[in-house]
Design a protein around this ligand. Structure first.
Ligand code: NCD
Length: 307
């Protein structure tokens, strides 16, 4: 397949146009085969490094698989066991990887803006993909989520999308809202207790709901989010049982949404807190489809990135 989309880096959804998002969705969808992904040679002779300073299962492994499906060599860097433990800075670590000839780096870091800074500093030598920076952005997750929504709903504009959970600390929510807005979705609801909403929420293109029944009414898409305890001050963490009662998505809550609503979750799930087993494992759940789409979307992103 001819690759017509070229981007230097992927730092944030905001740097993509609607047409570019649609192209990535189509490219990724074409990479899916009935039991896996196409095996291509687009990145033959190239190397891709996954550089993760935070924990990950799905994002890291799916990028590694995606790079292999495109023919690239994959180098996995994690700070544990590396010279970071001896005091090496992030910049020196990245310069070291680039000096070895690696020119595609997929980076996750707990500090917001890290990948943008790296792209500014090393952008003439290497390509950067943001695999999540603090609570700021997780563009590749949002793109695989858009692919999943498109596979079920075909059109974005008329959709009612409900995002439930910890919005305050969620980079996924921020990137999803940017992507949905860019694709013309005007009915985006966020459902959360006020302590889990950011101050600037008033400036976002969303409606705020403080209860599940209003927020899920006639929803086409329900996105559940985990409480990001690792970013929360201890005293902010709400009482888990009362949180689950009010904001955990239970089978009975689905009755408020459209009968064909899909249930999504970026993972990792905390079953029994933000989502019940009966919802996570229901026919409406597309959570494992999101995981499968993650490899195809990350293939599309790596294929779109070129010198
Ligand atoms: C998300 C992340 O790391 O931001 N997970 C993911 O990449 N699939 C969400 C989360 O950790 O809750």
């Amino acid at each position: 397949m001819q690759n017509t989309l070229t981007i230097p880096h992927l730092v944030d959804i905001k740097s993509l146009s609607r047409d570019q998002i649609i192209s990535l969705i189509h490219m990724a969808n074409n990479y899916l085969t009935h039991d896996g992904y196409q095996q291509l040679t687009l990145l033959d002779g190239k190397s891709v490094a996954t550089v993760f300073y935070e924990n990950s299962t799905r994002t890291r492994i799916s990028f590694q698989l995606a790079a292999r499906q495109l023919g690239a060599q994959v180098i996995d860097f994690s700070q544990l066991g590396s010279s970071v433990q001896k005091g090496e800075s992030l910049t020196d670590t990245i310069a070291t990887l680039i000096a070895m000839g690696i020119d595609r780096l997929v980076v996750r870091h707990s500090d917001e803006g890290t990948v943008a800074t790296l792209a500014n500093t090393f952008g003439n030598k290497a390509h950067f993909v943001n695999a999540g920076d603090g609570a700021s952005a997780h563009p590749t997750q949002a793109l695989l989520d858009m692919l999943t929504i498109w596979q079920h709903k075909s059109h974005f504009e008329p959709l009612r999308v409900a995002i439930v959970g910890d919005i305050l600390y969620s980079r996924v929510a921020r990137s999803q809202i940017n992507a949905l807005h860019c694709l013309g979705v005007s009915n985006i609801r966020v459902i959360a207790p006020s302590v889990l909403l950011p101050q600037e929420i008033e400036t976002w293109p969303v409606t705020i709901c403080d209860n599940l029944s209003d927020g899920l009414t006639d929803a086409d898409v329900i996105i559940c989010l985990r409480m990001q305890k690792e970013r929360m001050p201890l005293d902010l963490f709400p009482d888990v049982n009362s949180y689950h009662q009010s904001f955990g998505v239970k089978a009975s809550d689905l009755a408020n949404a459209k009968p064909d609503a899909i249930v999504m979750h970026p993972g990792p799930m905390n079953r029994g807190i933000e989502i019940d087993n009966t919802v996570a494992d229901s026919k409406q759940s597309v959570i494992l489809q999101q995981v499968r789409n993650g490899v195809a979307m990350r293939m599309a992103i790596l294929a779109a990135i070129a010198m």
